[in-house]
Structures are given as structure tokens and as C-alpha cells.
Write a protein that binds this ligand. Sequence first.
Ligand SMILES: [Zn+2]
Length: 403
Amino acid sequence: MFCRMRTDTDGSSQGATASVAIARAWLDDQGPAILQEQIELAAIASPPFKERARGEAVAAKLKSLSAEPRFDEVGNLLAGFPRGATAKDDPPVVIAAHLDTVFGPETRVEIQAAGHRWVGPGITDNARGLAVTLAVIRALFRCAAEPRRPLLFVFTVGEEGPGDLRGVKHLFRPGSTLRSAAAFLAVDGSGLNRIIHRALGSRRFRITVEGAGGHSWSDWGRCNPANAVGRLIAALADLPLPEDPRTTLTVARVGGGTAINAIPTDIWVEIDLRSEDAAAIDRIESRIRELLAAGIAAEGSRSSGSLSAEVEIIGERPAGVVPPTHPLVRAAEAATRAAGASPALVSSSTDANVPISLGIPAIAVGGGGRSGDMHTEHEWFEDSDGATGAVRLLDILIAVAEL
Ligand SMILES: [Zn+2]
């Protein structure tokens, strides 16, 4: 698919057109400007389901390039390159950076300098991805690059936990022309090594068990939902899980009940199930349902009355893998080596999950720099390599979009 690789093995762009070489050289000097924009964007709060303010800020930047950005129905911000490229028939290469953070509206967003570091919620995830993506767009406009494949830049909503990938799910909804996209690249967080080519899938459940409830003394002997849920949790703790591909199951939250002196009418439990193997997720869901039924039956056999249960799926991120030999992965490895880093092929949960699960070649990469304490208010970023992450992203595009 990407037969005309234009970066050679030592990573120099000898084969690239003159305009792309200019873009690359210009981008190389943009380290301080990228950091500045990253800090600026991180300071605009972008809680799940409330990404619009940050989206508007990015849209204003795109308009100043005459990029003609537009918001879609769910709040994703889209911009084609060259201008109007979305209307072309050629399947595009999609480049996505998520607008949202994990932090709710109650979190005070303040970015502060601390020695070599910048500290604050979302400074890396995903202000870094946004700033690096914007820098690459600027480089393309500056040199009026003419990619053989159109590029579609998307600033997505709802990538983090509660969003459940709603932005990217909308992009690739059934019937969407993007289902035939040539490739998909998510730019997420920091780092120069990681190439996420395996989509870590997850399914999240909220299980509620209900009964008649009653007084803890006078009605004792009635079915207790807490006992049934307790049996389920104990059985899940003993459940063998596949180690390869790695699969995890976490009982994350438990709640319910009425009062200390009452048999509860309802008890709920939330479970987080993850695997790189979509079939394992389905298989273990069946086991969870069997163990729930067994827990309810066991409680029913020793007490009076009956219990009912509801299983609600509250999150779903599809799993999948792009083979390490795929030209997109190979192109990312070459660009990583050109950036002076050694490629690490890893799995994670990102916007790339959805296209990967649909068989579209997709990866996620970081935007350079170092970071830590992710998803906490003390999240930090260190600008250890300037614009290298942006140049790496451009190099991948040179290969896959044949710039
Ligand atoms: Zn992220």
C-alpha cells in the first residue's frame, strides 16, 4: 500500500521532494514554539464532554492558516490537507489528536514551571499531541506540500475513560467513508520510542443485583444481594486469565445498600476487563455472566425470596493488532530511528483502537519529550528533544501519504 517509501534506512529524506525538505527543515527549529503552544492549550480546560473551548482555540489557529476547519455532530474538529481534501475520492490518511483530558470541570487547570519541567493536568496528555500535530500542519501549509494521498487532521473528543472513544467511534461509524481510510495515526502524549500497533481492548460492566430487602433482624433469612455479589467477586478473584495475550480483570467499585440495619434491596459492582485479544474479552464476559448466575443461585438456595440481576456494559474499546511487518509500522520504525530513538512496539488503548479493530492500518505515537505522573494533577512534561517528535511525525507522513 505504501510502496514509495521516501525515507531511506538511515532516516535521511533524500528522496523527499524539495518542498517537503523545506517543511522538515522549518519544523526542526520549532521546538520552543511547540512547547509554548502546548502550555497555552493545556491551560484551556477540556473535561470529558466539554471539549468545545479547547476545540475552538485549535479551530482559530487552523483558520489563521486558511485551513477551513469544521466541527462534526459530536464535536470533533476536522481539517483536510490540501484544503478541501476531504471531498476527494482518494482514501485519506487520518491524523488524530484528542482534545479531551481525564480531568473534570472541578479541576483547576494551571500549568507551572518547575526546574526543567512543566507541571499541570493535561500538560502532556494530550496538549503535547495537539501542539505537535498543529506544528506539522503549519509545516505542510508553509511549503504547500502536495501529498499523493489527502490528509485529514482530526482533533477528537472523548478519547479518555468516560468518553469511551466516542469521537473516533463517530468518525468510523457504520457507513462512514472513513472506513476505507488508507491509514490512521494517533498522536498521543510524549516520547519518541513507542509505536502502539496493538489495541488494548476493554469492556466495562456495571452489574446490579436486586432483592426485596428488609429488616436486618425481623426479615433475616431473605435473599441478600450483597451475598450474591460477594460470591461473584470471590469467584472472579480466582478466575484464571490468559497470560498471552495478556488479559486483566479488575473489580473496581462496589456500592449499594440502604442502612446498617437493613438487608439491601440492591448492590452494584463495576468491573474493568482488558485484553489484546477480542475473543478473550467475549469469553470472559460469558464466564462473568455464569458466575453471577451461580452466585445468585447459591444465595437463593440458602435463603427465602429471589434476586434479579442486570448487566450493563458501560464501556467498550475494541481490541486488535496491526502486524509488525505492515508498511505503516515499518515506516514508523524508520522515522523513529531517524529521530535517534529505538522503536518499541507496544500495546495501549488510544483512538487507534477503533480503526485497528476495523482492519484499517493504524498506530499511535507520542509527540516527543519526557513525562510522568500521567492522569494526575501533578502530570509533568520535560522538553528533552525539542521538535524531534514533530519531525518524526512528518517523516511517517512522508512515507505513508507519499508527500
Ligand atoms: Zn491521551
